[in-house]
Structures are given as structure tokens and as C-alpha cells.
Write a protein of this length. Structure first.
Length: 257
């Protein structure tokens, strides 16, 4: 275990929030450690997909409340944990390969922040999701609100932040907060099948699509990066080989009469 996380590497790598005795509550030390744990996985070409889960019956009950106002600056006791939290969220959001959160039990507060910064969320029936700053008087940072806003739109973002209410997995799916809800006993099978599908797809296509979506959400010009990836797939022969594999035969040669 590394700073409250455990990691298993492979084509489908797994990052597990591993603090079972505290319902996987996230500490400042864990937020600080997360970017460094993600960096080698991002750089490893053998890693195709990252699955993020919680050890035991809970994804994460949120941030460790005892640390929220334990900072060294009396004028801003949350400054240090807020900085670490936002850096960790950004590192997960910018991870260049597909990320999939596997949600069981509670996924609340900081746990939901981890989940919504993944590309996909699969949840077991019986899970509950929510973000609860309104219950304790925390001013939620704009960067974190933007992630929710892009995912579920303004109405649901306001509902979650204003009310602090928890949603069932089914309610979260209807609002777009969760991509797929399945029986708890089938969750690992569904996750493994979807991860295997992503591994089998063109990694260049996936990476390009993820970069483009990120750029468009940020209001940036996505054309230069997409054109670069297109040229890469031509130069590598991946497009030609993909067409051959899909059609089951050699790419036809055309000849002018």
C-alpha cells in the first residue's frame, strides 16, 4: 500500500483507495500522493486502462473531516488541503488513458470528486453518491464545480451542491452522474468486459478523442492536436491495418483504366 492507495499494474491497471478502517476517507497526504502515483502509469505504454475503486464495501466516504481545518494558516486553514485536492483532481482528469471508477457503497464528497474526474463510472445497485459542502459550510472551488457542470449540467450541479442530498445509483444514472448501474455481484464482470473492450480498440483513436473532448470543454482549439494524431495514425500504418482487420482482407488497390 502506498500512502493510502494500493496499485496493481498491467494493461488494465488498478488504483485502489485503501483505508478500509476509515471507510476510505481521503487525507491530505493521500491527495498529495495521488499525482505521483498516476505519473508512472500515464507514462507506461503497457498501461491501456486505469480502473479506480475502493477497498472493502465503500468507494470513499469523502475527505477526512478532521483535516479540513487543520492547516497551518489561521486565516485559511483549508489552504493546504484545498491545493492538494485540486492538484489530485487535475492529475486524474488529465490522465491520458481511459479511467473507470467502480463504485460500491458510499461515494461522497472527496470520493465523488475522484469518481467524476474519471472518464466513466460504473456503480453497484445500493450505492449512494453525493457532494456535501452545504452540510458543513465549505465553499466549493470553481474547478471542482466545472467538472460537475460539464458532466451533469447546471440544474443537477445546483441540486447536488445546494441540497447536499445523496442520490441512489439509479437516480445518479438518470442524471448522468453514473454511466452504468448493475447488480453488485455482476459489477466486476461488467467492468472487466468493458475494460477489455477498451484495450482492444485503437489506443491512438482513444487518446486523440480524449484530448479533443478535454480541449473542447476548455473552450480551446482542438484542431491542431487532432490533426497531429491523424498524421500519426497514417504514418504508423494503424489506419490501414485497422481497415484490413475489420474487413478481414487486404485493403483493396484501386487502378485507373
Amino acid at each position: 500500500m502506498n500512502q493510502g492507495f494500493s496499485i496493481v499494474t498491467g494493461e488494465v491497471s488498478r488504483l485502489v483507495i485503501d483505508r478500509v478502517d476509515k471507510r476510505n476517507a481521503l487525507t491530505r497526504q493521500m491527495w498529495e500522493a495521488l499525482p505521483g502515483l498516476l505519473e508512472p502509469l500515464a507514462a507506461d505504454p503497457a498501461v491501456k486502462v486505469l480502473v479506480v475503486s475502493g477497498a472493502g464495501p465503500t468507494f470513499s466516504a469523502g475527505a477526512d473531516i478532521t483535516e479540513l481545518v487543520a492547516g497551518t494558516d489561521p486565516n485559511d486553514p483549508m489552504a493546504e488541503i484545498r491545493t492538494a485536492n485540486l492538484r489530485a483532481q487535475a492529475a486524474l482528469r488529465q490522465f491520458p488513458k481511459p479511467t473507470l471508477a467502480v463504485i460500491r457503497g458510499h461515494c461522497i464528497g472527496g470520493g465523488l470528486e475522484i469518481a467524476v474526474n474519471c472518464d466513466f463510472r460504473f456503480a453497484a445497485h445500493g450505492s449512494t453518491l453525493g457532494v456535501t459542502p452545504a452540510r458543513i459550510g465549505v465553499v466549493y472551488p470553481p474547478a471542482a464545480i466545472k467538472v460537475l457542470l460539464d458532466l451533469v449540467g447546471p440544474a443537477t450541479t445546483k441540486y447536488l451542491l445546494f441540497s447536499g442530498e445523496l442520490l441512489s445509483a439509479g437516480q445518479a444514472e438518470l442524471k448522468g452522474l453514473v454511466d452504468r448501474v448493475v447488480a453488485a455481484d455482476d459489477l466486476d464482470v461488467e467492468v472487466d468486459a468493458f475494460a477489455a473492450k477498451l484495450v482492444a480498440r485503437s489506443q491512438l483513436t482513444i487518446r486523440s478523442a480524449k484530448e479533443t473532448v478535454t480541449s473542447l470543454l476548455a473552450g480551446e482549439d482542438a484542431e491542431p492536436a487532432a490533426d497531429k494524431r491523424y498524421q500519426e495514425t497514417i504514418a504508423s500504418g494503424e489506419l490501414t491495418e485497422g481497415v484490413r482487420a475489420f474487413t478481414g482482407k487486404r485493403t483493396p488497390r484501386f487502378r485507373w483504366n
